[in-house]
Design a binder for this molecule. Structure first.
Ligand code: ZN
Length: 462
């Protein structure tokens, strides 16, 4: 196991004495990022035939959670999405789009920094290498642990977290804990050894019959096979696509099972009843619904995300259909704890507001390699925009939940109307970004440790 810790465990007990006295309520805050988990893994509550996370749904019922069935990310890959969770800002504003370009300016405050200032013990348990300290993801965390292990990372991440949380629990101050689980992500840890694009222990994938070299091409296997199929636009029989998807879902089921252990620990320690817990994913995954594997384009299978909020003393479980954004997690935490937001305008509204607007434009950015630069959800309309190619696609998410019928050529008025709302919002966000970045170079040079550089290269990020 390779691990990087900002602060050794024995110092954790000693750090609260220099902090501001804690005066508000003692609610702990727990954010759980299920990296790459598609919304449709949550079954019929979110309108899906797949139930890959029955334990999460049981937790929803037991904890009386609030599930948001129309939650959208602001990107289809990890770096900008997570930074939007941490800052409550659109990726256009925080500008952390790629891990090797720039770091967060000090004028932007992260959730961990704000909570740390309020006396919280702040802990991160992370298995995603792109949530790199060099970019600013570590800011405000007293402990930032990266767990990178060949197989079964959820088990190890939870084991580490339990050690630290037990200590944090002994302190008078509440804690903020962030988790990132990469178990649903294409297998990045065992490249060329298990030959499968997604890892899960054998018992979770016993119904998927695969031969040893099935996911290898020119000696490139597993995650590299997915990338080769994408890059070379190779056609794949539907039977193979189904196997890939089933292997992915096996990984999600494994993660779901592991989370039972984490929540049992929360119950045992009494954490469940005095914590604000938010479970979400940063983006989904593609199985060639729009021609590719992985999560390389902004279609509904990658931008629709599962999202659940659990607050102490919620009377009954609730389903909310209003469109919401991943950026809203930030405002939800601050509002619930009665902490004032930073003095710049956020792109975030509390998910606990009783009158969440049904008309809200969610603006997202794509990976630079994607055909589309931006996307918006102006629910139920979903627009993909490629300004340099002058290309637009429009879908109606209620009539066409899988985004299969492009309406751009037959609904020109709708395209024009949504595009004009998009342009107005984009202009506003760019102005805001320029103000925040006034004294901060947008592309700061920095270097990664050789170990991280190697991991990122293997994943194809660099
Ligand atoms: Zn991700």
């Amino acid at each position: 196991m390779k691990m990087k810790v900002v602060l050794p465990i024995f110092l954790l007990l000693a750090i609260s004495c220099n902090k501001a006295p804690f005066s508000a309520n003692r609610t702990n805050v727990i954010l759980i990022s299920l990296d790459t988990v598609r919304r449709d893994c949550w079954g019929q509550l979110v309108g899906s035939k797949h139930l890959d996370m029955p334990n999460i749904i049981a937790i929803y019922k037991r904890f009386k959670g609030i599930i948001f069935t129309n939650a959208f990310s602001v990107s289809h890959y990890s770096t900008p999405s997570h930074m939007s969770v941490f800052t409550g800002l659109s990726p256009v504003v925080h500008s952390i789009l790629e891990i090797k370009k720039g770091s967060l300016p000090p004028t932007i405050k992260t959730l961990a920094e704000i909570l740390q200032q309020k006396g919280y013990t702040t802990l991160a348990f992370n298995s995603n290498p792109v949530l790199a300290q060099e970019v600013g993801f570590h800011r405000g965390f007293e402990v930032f642990i990266n767990v990178r292990r060949k197989l079964a990372p959820a088990e190890h991440l939870i084991k580490e977290a339990v050690k630290y949380l037990k200590i944090a629990r002994q302190k008078r101050s509440p804690f903020f804990a962030f988790f990132n689980f990469m178990d649903a992500h294409a297998d990045r840890s065992d490249i060329g050894q298990n030959f499968l694009p997604y890892y899960s222990p054998p018992k979770y994938r016993r119904n998927v019959k695969v031969s040893k070299q099935e996911f290898c091409i020119d000696q490139k296997c597993a995650i590299q096979w997915l990338k080769e199929i994408n890059n070379r636009r190779i056609s794949v029989p539907q039977e193979t696509v189904d196997k890939v998807e089933n292997l992915y879902r096996a990984g999600v089921k494994y993660l779901d099972h592991q989370l039972v252990g984490l929540f049992s620990f929360f119950d045992k320690e009494g954490i469940s009843k005095d914590s604000l817990i938010i479970i979400f994913s940063d983006h989904g995954e593609e199985f060639r619904e729009h021609g590719f594997f992985d999560h390389v384009q902004p279609f509904v299978e990658t931008i629709a995300i599962p999202l659940m909020v659990m607050i102490p003393k919620q009377e009954k479980p609730k389903i909310v259909k209003a469109p919401v954004s991943i950026t809203d997690i930030f405002a939800t935490v601050l509002e619930y704890l009665d902490i004032p937001p930073p003095n710049y305008k956020l792109d975030s509204v509390s998910l606990l507001q009783s009158d969440l607007r049904s008309k809200r434009l969610i603006l997202g950015v794509s990976h630079p390699a994607s055909e589309f630069t931006f996307f918006t959800v102006d629910f139920p309309l979903s627009l993909k925009i490629s300004p340099h190619k002058n290309k637009t696609k429009l879908f109606h998410l209620i009539q066409d939940p899988f985004e299969q019928n492009d309406l751009a050529s037959i609904s020109r008025n709708r395209v024009a109307d949504t595009k004009s709302r998009f342009h107005k919002k984009l202009e506003y966000l760019i102005k805001k970004r320029d103000k925040i970045y006034e004294d901060w170079p947008r592309e700061q040079p920095y270097s990664f440790s050789p170990e991280l550089e190697k991991t990122l290269q293997a994943l194809g990020y660099l």
